[in-house]
Design a protein around this ligand. Structure first.
Ligand SMILES: [Zn+2]
Length: 263
């Protein structure tokens, strides 16, 4: 599933390529056709993200709420590209074309709905004004394992399986540790990491958690096999201590850690 950095990057790219509009909207696949007709010809006022939720505000019109879910994709295509696959929503301007396929959610909503959705979420480290204290407070109230709490969107918005595994490693805490026993300083460290890491993720449009100096290159040049510490690295040596990375199951989700670096 795409994590928050992907959705924030998407909002940035959509703002850059489709504003100031007008935007032609269509739903070649069908189920969103009536809604797409309502949007057709409107100006895209702003695309913005909160956690894994994407909102497209149209001037004097409704907001499109998109959640990509597990398999959804929203991708730029060459203008003039024909219809390929099940395209739920196509947005076009004179020189840009975006196709949305396979979303978990694609719906027209009003400002009250936007407020309800965002009120259900924890602070998003990529949003201006997001408060570290709020995250620390919410984390401290959960007795579930740390790695499960970091996936809970009402604790922190935008974190998925890759970042949560990597954050536990980077703060040196075992993923199974109950969230409420994590010390305040460590919780603050997790938040600060999230802010830095997700910002880098937006910039690079991919997740790179390794410290560039350890790899001997820049973050942008770290190759696919070297960009993470633990995620999907079971059986391989820890980049820092050489111990085999271990795979376990926590709250029914796969979780990775280094038994030496994470006590
Ligand atoms: Zn290690």
């Amino acid at each position: 599933m795409p994590e928050g950095h992907t959705i924030h990057r998407l909002a940035k790219d959509l703002n850059r390529s489709l504003r100031p509009g007008p935007v032609q909207a269509s739903s070649p696949q069908g189920p969103f056709a009536t809604e797409a007709r309502q949007l057709d010809g409107l100006l895209l006022e702003r695309a913005h993200a909160y956690g894994k939720h994407l909102f497209l505000d149209f001037a004097d019109g409704p907001t499109v709420h998109i959640h990509l879910g597990l398999i959804g994709k929203m991708r730029p295509k060459e203008p003039g590209t024909g219809i390929e696959g099940a395209i739920r929503l196509r947005l076009e301007s004179d020189d840009a074309l975006w196709d949305l396929t396979g979303p978990m959610t694609c719906a027209l909503i009003d400002p009250a709905d936007v407020a309800d959705i965002t009120a259900s979420l924890g602070p998003d480290p990529l949003r201006r004004g997001a408060r570290r204290e709020e995250f620390v407070d919410r984390l401290g109230r959960r007795s579930i394992p740390l790695s499960a709490a970091l996936l809970d969107q009402s604790v922190i918005a935008g974190i998925g399986n890759v970042y949560r595994s990597e954050f536990c490693y980077l703060v040196g805490i075992k993923p199974s540790t109950p969230a409420k026993t994590v010390r305040v300083e460590a919780a603050e460290q997790i938040w600060d990491l999230a802010v830095d890491q997700l910002r880098l993720g937006v910039k690079l449009n991919r997740i790179v958690t390794r410290t560039p100096s350890e790899v001997g290159t820049t973050a942008g040049r770290i190759d696919e096999d070297n960009r993470l510490y633990v995620y999907k690295r079971e059986g391989e040596p820890c980049h820092r201590c050489g111990t085999e990375i271990r795979l376990s199951e926590i709250a029914k989700r796969k979780s990775w850690h280094c038994p030496t670096c994470q006590k």
